[in-house]
Design a protein around this ligand. Structure first.
Ligand SMILES: [Zn+2]
Length: 158
């Protein structure tokens, strides 16, 4: 069998420059294509491909962000009327870290064979050390074991 593992040598800046690792909308599209190949699946009623995108919805204003943050990837189910995003039911759920940063973190963890530290993640992603630590922990937990990492996380060329 061919050796398909990813190592440091394969780690190129061009992959980190992929749009889905830079741009939040692109990150959502990227993940939606993987998780919902047949269209959005409502996590509330289970209906497939009967939701529409909600544009321009913002979170409640906060001190840090008085205008509220844009809620990327927000969908509304035509069947049950509930709102959802592709993050629900994944390890990205209930995290305030932007999705494209999650994708970068996964990439960095995989290409470093999990050896990247929270401090390094914090520096590379510009998030707090605490967030970086939580991110790293969740991603490592989602990786079943070393032998399957490379297959599961092989990212397509940008
Ligand atoms: Zn629904």
């Amino acid at each position: 069998m061919e050796n398909t593992s990813i190592n440091e040598k394969d780690f190129t800046m061009s992959q980190l420059n992929a749009k889905y690792m830079q741009d939040e909308n692109a990150a959502f599209s990227y993940l939606e294509d993987i998780i919902w190949p047949s269209g959005p699946v409502c996590p509330n009623c289970g209906v497939t491909d009967n939701a529409y995108a909600l544009q321009g919805v913002r979170t409640k204003p906060s001190k840090k962000c008085p205008e509220g943050k844009i809620r990327h990837g927000l969908k509304k189910c035509r069947d049950c009327g509930k709102q959802f995003t592709v993050r629900i039911g994944t390890m990205f759920e209930s995290s305030h870290i932007e999705l494209h940063l999650w994708l970068r973190a996964i990439f960095l963890l995989c290409t470093s064979n999990r050896k990247i530290s929270a401090v390094q993640l914090h520096q590379k992603l510009g998030i707090t050390v605490k967030s970086a630590w939580l991110l790293g922990r969740r991603i490592r937990k989602a990786m079943p074991n070393d032998s399957t990492i490379s297959k599961k996380t092989k990212l397509p060329e940008p």
